[in-house]
Design a binder for this molecule. Structure first.
Ligand code: SF4
Ligand code: ZN
Length: 762
C-alpha cells in the first residue's frame, strides 16, 4: 500500500517543486535577487529550511540553492508495476515538499501576499472573531489570517509546552464534514489543551471558514491559530516545530537529524487531514512523517503502519462509515481520541461537572459586554476570592454552598457582588501555600468556556456569558470547578476542600474584612522574607526537558526567569512532588554576600547542569550570571557606552540600543550557557532588593521597554524610591526615545542618569 502513497507523494512533491521554480524565476525577474524575504516576527529566517539545511534565506537571491536541494530529493514517479519496498522515496518527497512550500510562502511574503486576507460569505456569527492584532477593528466579513506564529508567542507558550500543561499541537488540514463537526473537533482538542493549527481547504472551503461561521473565537488566546486556507500554509506548523527545537532544544540550523529526532521524541504533534486527500496533501503528509508526526485522515486512504519513523502508525485512515449508526459528533470525538492514542501520549483530562466545555484553551477567552449575562466585580460591584487553610473537621469535602440570591435575580447584562471562599484541609497543607493555591482560582475558573476571570484577591472580576448561562451555568458551578481542579492538581497537599459562594451583602462584608486581613498579613510576610531569612533556596529544572543543562536557582528575592515560579511556588511544588523539578538547595556557606555565591548552590548547579556551569552568582550579571533556557520574560544586556544595562520585554518587538531585537537577543541569552553581560530574567526580579545588587542595582538600568515601565509602574516607582532615586523611571530611556546607542547617550546626559557617574562596569 505504501507504493500508492509513494506515487502520490512523489507526484505532489514534483509538481510543487516545479511550481516553486516557476514562481521563483518570476519573482527574481520582477523583484530582483536582493528583495528581502521574511516571515513576520521571527529571527529564524525560513525556519524549516534553516533547521534542515542551515541556509539562512534572507532575500530572493538565497533561494535558488535551496531549490536545488529540493530537486535533488525528487525521485522518478513510479510506474504502477514498480514495487517500492522502502519509505525512503516518500520521505525524501516530503522534505522536498516542505522546502518548496516554504520557498513559495517566502516569495508570497516578498510580494506582500502573506499573511492571507480572507473574506467569507454571509455574516460572521455572533461573537465570532479572529483575535489577531491585525484583525481587530476590521470586523464584518473579512480579515487577515495569522500566517506563521511569531517568536514572541512561541516563547510565551514555551513554559506550558515544557511543563506539559500544553501537550503539543494538532495541525488540521482541510474541511470538516460539517460546521458542527469542525466545532466539535476543535472543542475536543481545546479541552485537552492541545494547540490547534488550521490550514487547507477542500474545494475552496476551509475549516477556518467553518469555525468563523460558527462564532468560534480563533487566535493565540484560545490556542487556535488559522494559518491560511491553502495546504501550503500548513508549512507554518512544521516551522513552529523546527523553531521549538532551535529555541528550546539549543540546536543550530543544519542539525537536521537532531531536529527531526527532537520533534519525534519531545514534541507531541499530529496531522489531522479532513476531507479528500490530494497529491499535494500526500506530499505534505510525507513531510510531517519525517518529523515523526503521524497523519490521521477521516477518509479512506491507504495506511502506513509502524516501521520506526513515527513511534506508532504513520498514516491512519478513519473513514466515516466505520461504525454503522455512529453519529457525526460521536465520531468527531473518537477521531480526536484516536489521534491522541496514535501519537501515544497520556493526557490527563479532569472531569469538571459543569454544563460548558472546560480546558486551559478557554482561559484566554473574552466575554464582551454585549455577550454578557452577568458580571461580578469590575466597576460597579465587588468581587473577591479568599482561600484559607482550615482544620480537617471544619471542612466537608466537596461541599459547595451558595449563600444569598442567585444570578436569576439580576437582569440580563447586570452585575452583582460576590465572594468566593475556599477552605482546604490537608496533612501537608501549610499556611504558606494559601497564596499559591489562591492564585490558581484564576486559572481554574477561566478554564470554563464562556466564563472570563480577571484579577485576584479583592479585585477579581468575573463574567458569565449569555451562552454559558443558557446552558445552565450558575454560581454553584464556580465551586464545582474549584473542588474538581484542586483535588486533581493539588491532591498531594489538599485532602479536603469546600467552597462557599457569598452574594448576601451582610456576609460579603464580614468575609471581605477577614480576607483583607489575610491579604495584609501575607503581604507583610512576603515582604519580610529575604534570601537571608531562609535556610534553603529551590532549584527549578523543569526546562531541562527542552534546555538540558539549564537550572534556575529560585530564592525569596529572585524568582524564576519565566516569571511563573517564585520561592513559595517551588516550595509548594516540592511538597506536591518531592522527586520533581523543584528541589530544596541548602544554601551552605555564603562565599560572597554581595555577588551572592553559596557553596552548596554552586555544588548543586555543577551537578544539575552536568558540569557545564561551575559557579553561579545570584546577584550579578557581569560575573557567572544565571543561565537561561528560552522562556525569560525579559532579557538584560550590558550597554558598555552607557555604563549600564538595558531590559527588553518579551512582548516588545522594537529594536534596542544593543542593536538587536528581543528575538535575536534570545538566541544569545538562551541555551543554558553563561554569557557575562547578558541574562534572561523574570520581570519582577527588577524590583527586588537583590536585583543585580553586585553591579549597582536598578540604577544601572539605562533603557527599558516602555511596556515594562507602564505595566509595572507602581512597583518600579517604589523600588526606585527605595534605591534612593525616586525619579529614576523618567531617566530611563525606552524604545520611544532611543533605539540606538547614539540616541541613548544624549538622553541619559540630559536626564542626568545615575549610571553615567557610577563606577565603570569594565
Ligand atoms: Fe523553566 Fe526556570 Fe521557569 Fe523553572 S523557573 S520553569 S527552569 S524558566
Ligand atoms: Zn524555560
Amino acid at each position: 500500500m505504501s507504493r500508492y502513497i509513494a506515487t502520490r507523494a512523489i507526484r505532489g512533491a514534483t509538481a510543487l517543486v516545479y511550481e516553486a521554480e516557476q514562481l521563483l524565476n518570476k519573482a527574481l525577474k520582477e523583484l530582483g535577487p536582493d528583495t528581502p524575504v521574511q516571515f513576520t516576527n521571527t529571527a529564524y529566517y525560513l525556519p524549516v529550511i534553516l533547521g534542515l539545511t542551515g541556509i539562512e534565506v534572507a532575500k530572493l537571491g538565497d533561494m535558488p540553492k535551496v531549490l536545488e536541494r529540493a530537486k535533488a530529493l525528487l525521485h522518478p514517479i513510479p510506474k504502477d508495476q514498480v514495487w517500492l519496498p522502502y519509505l525512503g522515496e516518500t520521505l525524501d518527497s516530503g522534505i522536498a515538499t516542505l522546502f518548496a512550500a516554504e520557498l513559495i510562502e517566502g516569495i508570497r511574503f516578498a510580494y506582500g501576499e502573506q499573511p492571507e486576507k480572507i473574506t467569507w460569505g454571509g455574516k460572521i456569527a455572533k461573537g465570532g472573531s479572529f483575535t489577531s492584532p491585525e484583525f481587530e477593528g476590521e470586523g464584518g466579513n473579512g480579515g487577515t489570517l495569522n500566517g506563521p506564529i511569531d517568536d514572541i508567542q512561541l516563547r510565551a507558550w514555551g513554559i506550558q509546552l515544557v511543563d506539559g500543561r500544553m501537550p503539543g499541537f494538532a495541525a488540521i488540514v482541510g474541511c470538516a464534514k460539517s460546521n458542527e463537526v469542525a466545532v466539535e473537533i476543535v472543542r475536543q482538542l481545546q479541552q485537552r489543551n492541545i494547540l490547534v493549527f488550521l490550514s487547507g481547504n477542500v474545494n475552496g472551503r476551509s475549516i477556518i471558514h467553518q469555525l468563523m461561521e460558527e462564532g468560534v473565537e480563533l487566535g493565540y488566546d484560545t490556542y487556535t491559530v488559522p494559518f491560511g486556507t491553502d495546504t501550503l500554509s500548513a508549512i507554518y506548523a512544521l516551522g513552529f516545530a523546527t523553531r521549538s527545537a532551535l529555541t528550546f532544544g539549543g540546536m543550530k540550523g543544519g542539525m537536521a537529524r537532531d531536529i527531526l529526532l527532537y520533534n519525534k521524541y519531545r514534541v507531541f504533534a499530529f496531522v489531522l487531514a479532513l476531507g479528500e486527500v490530494d497529491d499535494l496533501k500526500y506530499a505534505a503528509a510525507a513531510g510531517a512523517i519525517n518529523y515523526g508526526f503521524p497523519v490521521i485522515a477521516d477518509t479512506v486512504i491507504p495506511q502506513i503502519l509502524p516501521t520506526g519513523i513515527t513511534s506508532y502508525e504513520h498514516v491512519i485512515s478513519m473513514p466515516f462509515d466505520e461504525i454503522p449508526g455512529e453519529n457525526d459528533l460521536e465520531r468527531a470525538k473518537r477521531l480526536v481520541q484516536r489521534c491522541i492514542e496514535v501519537r501515544g501520549v497520556k493526557i490527563k483530562v479532569t472531569e469538571v461537572p459543569i454544563p460548558v466545555p472546560y480546558g486551559s484553551a478557554f482561559e484566554g477567552e473574552r466575554v464582551r459586554r454585549e455577550d454578557m449575562r452577568i458580571e461580578f466585580g469590575g466597576k460597579k460591584t465587588r468581587c473577591f476570592e479568599y482561600l484559607r487553610m482550615a482544620n480537617f473537621d471544619e471542612v466537608e469535602d466537596g461541599k459547595v454552598t451558595v449563600v444569598g440570591p442567585g444570578i436569576e435575580t439580576v437582569p440580563e447584562g447586570g452585575a452583582m457582588d460576590m465572594g468566593i471562599v475556599v477552605e482546604v484541609a490537608g496533612r501537608k497543607m501549610q499556611e504558606d501555600f494559601e497564596p499559591v493555591l489562591e492564585r490558581q482560582i484564576h486559572y481554574f475558573i477561566n478554564g470554563a468556556s464562556g466564563i472570563q476571570h480577571i484579577g485576584q484577591r479583592d479585585i477579581a472580576w468575573i463574567r458569565i456569558s449569555k451562552a454559558a448561562a443558557e446552558k445552565g451555568f450558575n454560581l454553584e458551578h464556580f465551586g464545582k470547578i474549584l473542588v474538581a481542579r484542586f483535588h486533581a492538581d493539588f491532591g498531594a497537599i489538599v485532602d479536603k476542600i469546600q467552597v462557599t459562594i457569598y452574594t448576601d451583602p451582610k456576609k460579603i462584608e464580614e468575609w471581605l474584612a477577614k480576607a483583607r486581613e489575610a491579604y495584609n498579613y501575607r503581604n507583610q510576610r512576603l515582604a519580610d522574607m529575604t534570601d537571608e531569612s531562609v535556610e534553603e533556596f529551590y532549584s527549578c529544572t523543569l526546562c531541562q526537558s527542552f534546555a538540558p543543562n539549564h537550572v534556575c536557582v529560585v530564592s525569596p528575592e529572585r524568582l524564576g526567569l519565566c516569571g511563573a515560579y517564585n520561592w513559595l511556588d517551588c516550595k509548594a511544588s516540592y511538597q506536591i512532588n518531592p522527586t520533581g523539578p523543584n528541589q530544596p538547595i541548602l544554601k551552605g556557606k555564603c562565599l560572597d554576600p554581595v555577588k551572592g555565591y553559596f557553596d552548596k548552590v554552586n555544588e548543586f548547579v555543577q551537578s544539575a547542569s552536568h558540569g557545564s556551569v561551575q559557579e553561579v552568582s545570584m546577584y550579578s550579571i557581569m560575573e557567572n550570571p544565571m543561565t537561561a533556557c528560552g522562556c525569560f520574560e525579559a532579557i538584560m544586556m550590558v550597554i558598555p557606552e552607557a555604563n549600564g544595562f538595558m531590559v527588553v520585554s518579551r512582548e516588545d518587538p522594537s529594536m534596542t540600543p544593543a542593536g538587536m531585537t528581543f528575538s535575536t537577543l534570545a538566541g544569545v541569552a538562551g541555551g543554558g550557557l553563561q554569557t557575562p553581560g547578558v541574562m534572561g530574567v523574570g520581570k519582577y526580579f527588577l524590583v527586588s532588593r537583590k536585583f543585580i545588587a553586585a553591579d549597582g542595582g536598578l540604577k544601572r538600568i539605562v533603557w527599558m521597554s516602555s511596556l515594562l515601565k507602564e505595566t509595572m509602574a507602581e512597583e518600579l516607582k517604589a523600588a526606585a524610591a527605595r534605591e534612593g532615586d525616586p525619579d529614576l523611571l523618567d531617566k530611563i530611556a525606552d524604545e520611544r526615545v532611543a533605539t540606538t546607542v547614539d540616541e541613548l547617550l544624549p538622553y541619559l546626559e540630559e536626564k542626568g542618569h545615575p549610571a553615567l557617574t557610577m563606577p565603570p562596569l569594565f
